[in-house]
Design a protein around this ligand. Structure first.
Ligand code: MOS
Length: 693
């Protein structure tokens, strides 16, 4: 029997297109008569546009139009209020779009935007989250449908009675996704129908959002996302550039290209909201946790409620008979936060896993041993059995590979010249999410097979892994399979988000291919019939069915840092992760995803942060020179390993999700290593030199 295609280190099918520059991105479609647009962000943090003086801009050679709430076409109802652009004079936050310049060239559009004079009536604004902020309230739900509050037992009494207690508050600045390719669209109207080449994480959703805004039926809208240069959550929901480009294209009667300038992204495409997280853990002298509280304060905008679900991992990770997990949010005059790189888990596990390290120090216990002692047999919050949980195995295997046994646990016990050296560990978890999708599989006239599904490859290798899934389901080698993705005219599918893409799409692809294989066998087995055979699959009702099992991926991170005792500069020397995330469907792209997540975790720990300027009222960092992401030199040795799980409670491929777990817990491992190196416990991210000293 041929070895299965899934699991093999297949190279990206579109790799050659990408490295030769022939892969087309959203603003690389050359349509005749294309015009260019440049959006204009509000310069007040709260208030109203009184007047838009466009005469100078419109007098420029090559100027085509200036759109604002005064003259922009009225849009239909928007499910997401951030898409209601140029409809009202109200300015809910600095950076909110108040106008759009359209011109023959990009340069003229930009010059027009600069020449616009906009009068505002500005109100006082309120943009800085504090722990005692009067606008904090308890919402009904945190994101993802999670209840904002869960309580079990009597936390207060148990905590008060605990022999060893940790009470620590961790704060994180906001962070921005900053994908390499900015949010961008090229819109084109033909015969009353709309085509948008758009950079997003799921174009079925973009089509569904655009159609009602422009009074169209979904089938009248085609959204193409053939290649996407990253999203990190910020393209998981439709963004205003698609609406603005479509609006402008209709207005000037020509295709319009709009790539958002990097400097504007912080205000309009979401961010990870800042959090203030209080952790209290009470344990007995043997390290058994009896009381655990994880309480989140965060912000949202006045445009919509978005509540980072950061306490949710504390409902899954460790046994505690008495627990409390809560979220409170304040609606401030800030840009709307959104999904970013393991939303919920990434900030939540930074706090929980830092507090676990503090508890281990207080107990004088090995931090791995502490986690092993509190590893639950069933999920603490739901009481459900885990479909599979190999956290302890990840910790043990990581300890072996990392050389944890040689560690002297005393802080400041290793020094090399000016460098203080330390090591740290933290756990990782991410839920198994999956959404219904549809797919079609067919035989090709000249032999071979074609699979059609509106999956989106945001740089992860989605095409490649789906070809592997299809090949195994069809029982053919992978080079017999063609994969069509990245267009909303294909069978509708879920977005690339929540680490759910491969599971969601793969499930539908697997079903369609199995059906097709049965049809082929009926029609005469291996002899390919001359007529095209087609099979369709829709996993609605199946992929989204409730499970009797708690389904999560787990992992363990190990970090070694060197801290310059004079400057406070912290360098990560080594990162090593071991993950248990079901069956890994492509060992090459899978490893890349784990490593990519870990490097993002490194960025979260040491570099990335967006600070709200209290005077202007929005984020101060507007480019990659001030918003730092790790470079290769920042991440010298990053190793990812995994334990391949055989879990029958997931999907036909047996996969969990791997896009985001790499980032979860990484920052805690680095912070714990920094404590081990220096004896200083930082409770604030990013851990920049000024905070280390
Ligand atoms: Mo990711 S933040 O779930 O798109």
């Amino acid at each position: 029997m041929r070895p299965p295609e899934t699991g093999a280190p297949l190279r990206r099918l579109e790799g050659q297109l990408k490295v030769t520059g022939s892969a087309r991105y959203a603003v690389e479609y050359a349509l005749p008569e294309t015009a260019y647009a440049w959006p204009v962000p509000a310069t007040v943090a709260r208030g109203e546009v009184r007047a838009v003086h466009a005469a100078d801009a419109l007098a420029m050679p090559g100027a085509l139009a200036v759109l604002s709430h005064e003259n922009a076409p009225r849009l239909g109802p928007a499910e997401d209020p951030i898409l209601s652009v140029l409809q009202r004079p109200h300015v809910p936050h600095r950076g909110w779009y108040v106008a759009l310049a359209v011109a023959e060239t990009l340069e003229v559009a930009r010059a027009m935007a600069a020449a616009l004079r906009i009068d505002y009536a500005a109100d006082a604004h309120d943009t800085v989250l504090t722990s005692g902020h009067p606008k904090l309230y308890e919402p009904e739900q945190a994101n993802g449908g999670h209840p904002a509050r869960r309580e079990s037992g009597d936390f207060d009494a148990a905590y008060a009675a605990s022999a060893v207690r940790v009470d620590a508050t961790y704060t994180m600045e906001a962070e921005h996704n900053h994908p390499m390719e900015p949010h961008a669209s090229t819109a084109h109207w033909v015969d009353g129908g709309l085509t948008v080449y758009d950079s997003n994480q799921g174009s079925t959703k973009v089509r569904e959002a655009l159609a009602p805004l422009f009074g169209l039926r979904p089938e009248q809208v085609t959204v193409v996302a053939e290649h996407v240069g990253g999203g990190f959550g910020s393209k998981g929901t439709p963004r205003p550039q698609a609406v603005l480009a479509a609006m402008a294209a209709r207005h000037v009667g020509r295709p319009v290209r709009l790539a958002l300038p990097r400097a504007q992204l912080a205000g309009v495409v979401g961010h990870r909201a800042p959090t203030i997280q209080r952790l209290r853990i009470g344990a007995d002298r043997q390290g058994r946790i009896d009381a655990l509280a994880h309480e989140i304060l965060t912000h949202t905008s006045t445009v919509k409620e978005f509540v980072e679900q950061a306490a949710t991992p504390s409902r899954t990770m460790y046994t505690s008979p008495n627990s409390r997990t809560t979220h409170h949010v304040a609606a401030l005059d800030v840009p709307s936060p959104s999904w970013m790189r393991a939303p919920g888990e990434a900030p939540g596990m930074y706090a929980l896993e830092s507090a676990m390290d503090e508890l281990a120090v207080a107990l004088d216990m090995d931090p791995i041993e502490l986690r092993v002692r509190n590893d639950p047999a069933i999920e603490p919050d739901t009481g459900k059995p885990f479909s599979s949980r190999h956290l302890v195995e990840c910790l043990r295997e990581g300890a072996r590979l990392f050389g944890w046994a040689d560690r002297d646990p005393r802080p400041r016990s290793r020094r090399e010249g000016r460098q203080l050296i330390g090591t740290g560990v933290a756990s990782a978890t991410y839920p198994v999410l999956v959404s219904p999708s549809t797919a079609e599989a067919s035989t090709e006239p000249g032999g071979g097979y074609r699979v059609r599904i509106n999956a989106t490859d945001i740089g992860t290798g989605a095409r490649t892994v789906l070809a592997q899934v299809a090949a195994d389901a069809l029982g053919v080698p992978v080079d017999h399979v063609l994969i069509d993705i990245g267009c909303s005219d294909l069978p509708a599918a879920a977005l690339a988000g929540g680490s759910s893409g491969t599971a969601s799409w793969g499930w539908a692809v697997h079903r369609a291919c199995r059906r097709l294989r049965a049809l082929v066998e009926e029609a005469g087995g291996d002899e390919m019939p001359s007529t095209t055979l087609r099979a369709f699959a829709d996993t609605a009702g199946e992929a989204d069915a409730a499970s009797d099992y708690a389904r999560h991926a787990f992992g363990a991170h190990f970090a070694e840092v060197a801290v310059d005792a004079d400057t406070g500069e912290t360098r990560v020397r080594r990162l090593l992760g071991v993950f248990a995330a079901g069956h890994i469907l492509n060992s090459r792209t899978g490893r890349s995803q784990f490593i990519g997540g870990m490097v993002m975790g490194l960025g979260m720990a040491l570099l990335e942060g967006s600070t709200v300027d209290p005077v202007f009222g929005d984020f101060a960092e507007r480019d990659l020179a001030s918003y730092h992401v790790p470079s290769c030199a920042d991440a010298p040795t990053v190793e990812a390993h995994w334990i391949d799980e055989d879990d029958r409670h997931l999907n036909p491929m047996g996969s969990k999700g791997i896009g985001e777990i790499g980032i979860v817990g990484t920052a805690a491992a680095i912070g714990n290593a920094l404590h081990h190196a220096t004896g200083v416990r930082l409770r604030e991210l990013p851990m920049t030199p000024d905070r280390v000293l």
